[in-house]
Design a protein. Sequence first.
Length: 405
Amino acid sequence: GSTMPVSVCGLCKEKPAALRRPKTGMAVCRECFFSAFEAEVHYTITAHALFTKGETVAIGASGGKDSTVLAHVLKTLNERHDYGLKLLLLSVDEGITGYRDDSLETVKRNQRQYDLPLKVVSYEELYGWTMDAIVGQIGLKNNCTFCGVFRRQALDRGAVLVKADKIVTGHNADDIAETVLMNILRGDVARLRRCTAITTGSEGALPRCKPFKYTYEKEIVMYAYFKKLDYFSTECVYSPNAYRGHARTFLKDLEALRPSCILDIIHSGDNLSVKEEVKKAVQGTCKRCGYISSQELCKACVLLEGLNRGLPRLGIGKTTASNISTRADKLRHLQGRTKKSEISDSDGGERECACDGSDGGGCVTGASTSSGGCGGSRSCDQSCGSHVTKQVANQVAKDTKTLEF
């Protein structure tokens, strides 16, 4: 209750504590929290040699908490520690009304607040399709496969346009731990091998790195809250991503019992050794668009061909340059025979994907909902992640509002 004495900061031993750090459990004052948070990110950057002086670094900016805090912290550290980087914001406009249009307004404000250049690339200009139009054609199942594949490639293309040497994303420790869990649950050993890598894509695509690999989501929310940073916190209207939602809920439940579990899971992922005979995809380039791909045609081109042929399921599952026509015929036949909604899942052989697309050819986080989610057919608060985000917000409100420890 309010009669409890206010505890003193565990770091400076002077100021009253303003919060308890989710990551360490220590009660700290605001200033010490900022210093510790920034120092830990700086340590991650230097220990892993993420940057080289003189590089142009594109920050993947969505307007959400992670990328907004990342932009703020990178700008601060770049000046404080003289990294010598040229920073800019890079945003992808997927064309999602009521979601991305609003979050891009936040990015535009951030651009003025942080005085960093901003480049926006859109699905419409790159692919001739907005996400709204794609969902109009395919419905709410597998739509995240399209969006993830297209967004990944859009970020790379945008980075090339602004002559960036690297891309940084706001993926945090919770995101990475979730991905490890998803890959374990699905036995995806090839992805498990690379999903905790702090830098990916150095073999040909633009390298992308994750300075927040060891940063807790709750602490990012607290940092944004205490710094009064301007960010957008709405969930995507099209993402009842069942599988990641389950992994996320499970992780948050574990975290409540033992906060170190997030870093422990990442540590496990980092240290798993994979037998040599597990074959890694060989990187090549797409014969159609020239983008990095482990197949003759990259995933984006296959998905796009399906959309343009009016056969959107063409790119779901394993499609190669050689079997694309056979699959197209099969789908045409099926479409003639059944309503689109009745085509069985076994036909596409899809499953939701937990990679961060670091194979260059591939799908991105939380693809299909064939794993038993609601598929958007009902308003779902069990399988999607949105209720968990509210959970984090409530938790943070609890951790930040009160001084009772």
